[in-house]
Write a new protein. Sequence first.
Length: 272
Amino acid sequence: MSADAETMLAQRLVALDGSRNFRDFGGYPAADGRIVRRGRLFRANRLSRLSADDCRRLDDLGIRTIFDLRARHEREADPTTWTGDHLETHVFRPGHKRRLIDMAMDYPPTEEGAHRLMIDFYAELPRTMAHVFGEVLHRIADGAVPCVIHCSAGKDRTGMAAALVLAALGVERELILADYALTGLTRLDTGDQARAVLRDGSRSAFHERFGADAIAVMMAAPPAYIGAALDAIDASHGSVTGYLDSLGVDEAMRQKMRGALLQEQDREGSNS
């Protein structure tokens, strides 16, 4: 872990007993020389193991919207323990895509095969989950902040959603990749990742096919993964801006988001 990455993570991570990957993804330089406000945008893994102290700490952050990107079977297996009248939770219908575990059966059970699987899986996310990402962005533009976006591991679906929010705010690609990669530094729980790809009865078959080294590749969060999704967007829409336009997140909506979520740099004194 580089010193810069350590600093980025330390400035953003919310220390919780029951969630290793709950963090603020503000503070980055964005459009017009401004930075993304802190305390407005959070991302996380599953919220099913939070302690009472964790819930009180999250209440203190003032979060009022939860975007739960998990499939129904994930939500039913791990109900969110943080509840309250002050919270509004949004869930989403599934996209037309194969699950990662189903895709995996078409790839060699090696580290190289696992890497290619993840690159291809990420390249499909902008298409298969466009309806989810579009709704998240629309609701944020309409004022659903402070918010937390999460899935089971807080890496794949959440990583893509967070990347698009940052892109809409004018954050450069290099920093979007760096924010995504911070997940790889948070000691990701193997159980979190398993919840995302496995249903009851399929875990043993998956582990019989893929060894620990290949599974570690799937759990990793190198910039190349989210980069593959952004490359696919460029190939299909010309740019991230073109993709956002296709989601209905046009220039007027992006300016609305920036007005609410950006601030002048000298107010915060740091942009990392």
